[in-house]
Design a protein around this ligand. Structure first.
Ligand code: CO8
Length: 260
């Protein structure tokens, strides 16, 4: 597909969405967010795609936040609209029933950190830098950061990072659980693809149901969450991949999952 501010490449079972505004450090403006929404819809509708990787073009920046030039003149209602739009787009990454891996290859600031947090798994280069710098600009995180950061790293740490706008490096992000792994920059995409390949070798519907159960279950009380899990387990039992996976175990052979 042709886009101006992003690229969407497909390799076999894998979609790679790159934010592609390197001259602006891949900052997110209105057009970029709209294109991201179209791309996620495309990935959702493509039965061949099992995993998506999100990254930034170039070697310096994943996404350096929402576009400050765009936000400068926003009125209260326009600001609210832009925040709603960004939240909706990031939520599409979370709701996609296919795993999304963020390959954070540099600055992940403000909306960039928020984009990474809307992905399922975050891999970072050693050069990656994370922050929620918004209060230093007179605003707050507005693409889900006030909600996802405390859920990921705990309330106290999230409040400290948000109130101070402190910048942290990849190792610190790893230490506090904001990222899953840290790799040298030149290895980052290979590692992201390796992880994608491993996930893609599993039963895709089961992976999607697991994502749904984890994401939905985290938002409700534990008893309701258990109900969501057993609903999803029941759904797995309606798939031919479940018969295949278990038969393959019994037959001592590798399963051939069809995503059905
Ligand atoms: N928006 C617009 N342009 C940007 C942004 C940005 N977020 N980040 C960098 N750029 C542009 C610079 O203006 C510069 O443009 P130009 O060459 O035309 O002057 C170009 O990218 C290169 O940047 P620098 O020259 O500054 O490069 P450095 O390597 O010196 O620094 C940094 C890189 C550290 C990334 C630096 O550019 C920076 O601090 N950027 C701003 C980071 C930031 O504060 N991000 C948070 C923005 S707020 C946010 O994301 C809120 C999200 C929620 C929105 C809610 C909606 C209402």
């Amino acid at each position: 597909m042709e886009f101006e501010n992003i690229s969407l490449e497909k390799e076999d079972y894998l979609a790679i969405l790159s934010i592609n505004r390197p001259k602006a450090m891949n900052a997110l403006n209105l057009e970029t967010l709209c294109e991201m929404e179209v791309a996620v819809k495309n990935v959702k509708a493509d039965p061949n795609i099992k995993v998506m990787i999100v990254t930034g073009t170039g070697e310096k920046s994943f996404v350096a936040g929402a576009d400050i030039n765009f936000m400068l003149p926003l009125s209260p209602s326009e600001g609210r609209f832009f925040s709603d739009l960004g939240e909706r787009v990031m939520r599409q990454f979370e709701l996609l029933e296919k795993p999304v891996i963020a390959a954070v290859n540099g600055f992940a600031l403000g909306g960039g950190c928020e984009l990474a947090m809307s992905c399922d798994i975050r891999l970072a280069s050693e050069t990656a830098i994370f922050a929620q710098p918004e209060v230093g600009l007179g605003v707050i995180p507005g693409f889900g950061g006030t909600q996802r950061l405390p859920r990921l790293i705990g309330e106290g740490r999230a409040k400290e990072l948000t109130y101070t706008a402190d910048v942290i490096n990849a190792q610190e992000a790893y230490r506090i659980g904001l990222v899953n792994h840290v790799y040298p920059l030149e290895q980052l995409m290979d590692e992201a693809k390796k992880l994608a390949k491993k996930i893609a070798s599993k039963a895709p519907l089961a992976v999607g149901y697991a994502k749904h159960a984890i994401n939905k279950g985290l938002q409700v009380d534990i008893d309701t969450a258990m109900g969501i899990e057993s609903d999803m387990f029941g759904m797995c039992c309606a798939t031919t991949d479940k018969s295949e996976g278990m038969s393959a175990f019994v037959d001592k052979r590798k399963p051939q999952f069809m995503g059905k």
